[in-house]
Ligand binder design. Structure first.
Ligand code: OSB
Ligand code: MG
Length: 368
């Protein structure tokens, strides 16, 4: 694979519905896309970061800078045998995993086309259909949240995740459990609590949640280990896991029983597979997280979820929950059983729609 051209684009896409977490509300997404030309083939990647550096330190601006000034010059014009070869080279830059993932994953897309296999097959995936859940943000009222849950359950989604924060937690979970005693339910705090809230977090145990995601500090594993010893609800780590080494350490000290893998957060397919393998060897179930991706990131998530250790429903849901029109054809759709069939055609299995991408583009820069 000789990379002859890389194009960075920033697109703006309004969400169908605002999405609110403990760190704020998003209404319009700013997404940096990476398009790579190599051997006459075109691959696409997506930077998964939020608009502000609240989930992680990355933002569209920092990703653009790291791609333009480091990752693109390091890869352009060079001959690569496989996409995974860029990962050790990118390790020289500390952090900026979402910028790295966008470029590496675009190369995986090229490699899958070159090998004429599906991206899922190329990474070693085995599931032909993946189980899906939804992540529902903080709403203006509990009634609105219950309506949303009703709609998603009716659509067939296999589990519901709700966002929690101090002041929007025990009462909300109580109301959900009263309405749905057996619903597979989990809560994501996005680091909204500390160990000072231990007694409060213990009250979550009576709701029989599948897990509580990232209740404590965004880089912490030590306090999570302490918390996990004190509560019966399984802890799932999201923000704290950036690599296979992080996963190994977290599992070793008992900081979690489940791990959410996000391609961007761990730096791309090479690292994501390593995290998956560590968890699998230790019998820790994993699932695929989401970052409000457009169709391109979503297509990569579908492929990732086909790996054998992805045992729990992921935060991968239908395009129409996010966008009036997604930027891929066909859009991602979910069956009434709450599953997404994994595309078996060569490459991504979804085509980026250039016309729609063009319409949404607010800046671009090309490197040849
Ligand atoms: O913590 O999983 C998270 C969205 C943005 C940032 C962080 C998170 C999320 C989600 C949404 O929960 C998942 C999705 O529907 O894409
Ligand atoms: Mg999360």
């Amino acid at each position: 694979m000789k990379i002859s051209r890389v194009e960075l684009r920033e697109i703006r896409l309004p969400l169908v519905q605002f999405f609110e977490t403990s760190f704020g509300r998003t209404t319009i997404r700013r997404v940096v896309l990476v398009r790579v030309e190599a051997d006459g083939l075109t691959g696409w990647g997506e930077v998964a970061c939020g608009e502000q550096p609240f989930f992680s330190h990355e933002s569209p601006e920092t990703a653009w800078h790291i791609l333009r000034d480091f990752l693109v010059p390091w890869t352009l014009g060079r001959e690569w045998t496989r996409a995974s070869e860029v990962a050790p080279c990118f390790l020289r830059i500390r952090g900026h995993n979402m910028a790295k993932a966008a470029l590496e994953n675009a190369l995986w897309d090229v490699e899958a086309q070159r090998e004429r296999v599906s991206l899922a097959r190329l990474i070693g995936g085995s599931h032909r259909e993946i189980p899906c859940g939804v992540s529902i943000g903080i709403q203006n009222s509990i009634e609105e949240l219950l309506e949303k849950i009703e709609r998603e359950v009716a659509a067939g989604y296999q589990r519901i995740k709700v966002k929690v924060k101090p002041g929007w937690d025990v009462e909300v979970l109580e109301r959900i459990r009263t309405a749905y005693p057996r619903l597979p339910l989990m809560a994501d705090a996005n680091s909204a609590y500390t160990l000072a809230d231990l007694a409060h977090l213990k009250r979550f145990d009576r709701f029989c949640l599948m897990m509580i995601e990232q209740p404590l500090g965004w880089e912490d594993i030590v306090d999570h280990a302490r918390l996990q010893r004190e509560i019966s609800t399984p802890v799932c780590l999201d923000e704290s896991i950036h690599s296979a080494d992080d996963a190994r350490k977290a599992i070793e000290i008992g900081a979690c029983k489940i791990i959410n893998i996000k391609l961007g957060r761990v730096g791309g397919f090479t690292s994501a597979r390593q995290v998956h393998d560590v968890c699998r060897a230790k019998n820790v179930p994993v699932w695929c997280g989401g970052m409000l991706e457009t169709g391109i990131g979503r297509a990569h998530n579908v492929a990732l979820s086909s790996l054998p250790g992805f045992a729990l429903p992921g935060d991968i849901s239908a395009s129409k929950r996010y966008w009036t029109e997604d930027i891929i054809d066909p859009e991602v759709t979910v069956t009434t059983q709450g599953t997404i069939p994994v595309p078996q055609t060569p490459g991504l299995g979804y085509s980026p729609n250039l016309e729609r991408i063009e319409k949404a583009t607010v800046r671009r820069e090309s490197f040849a």
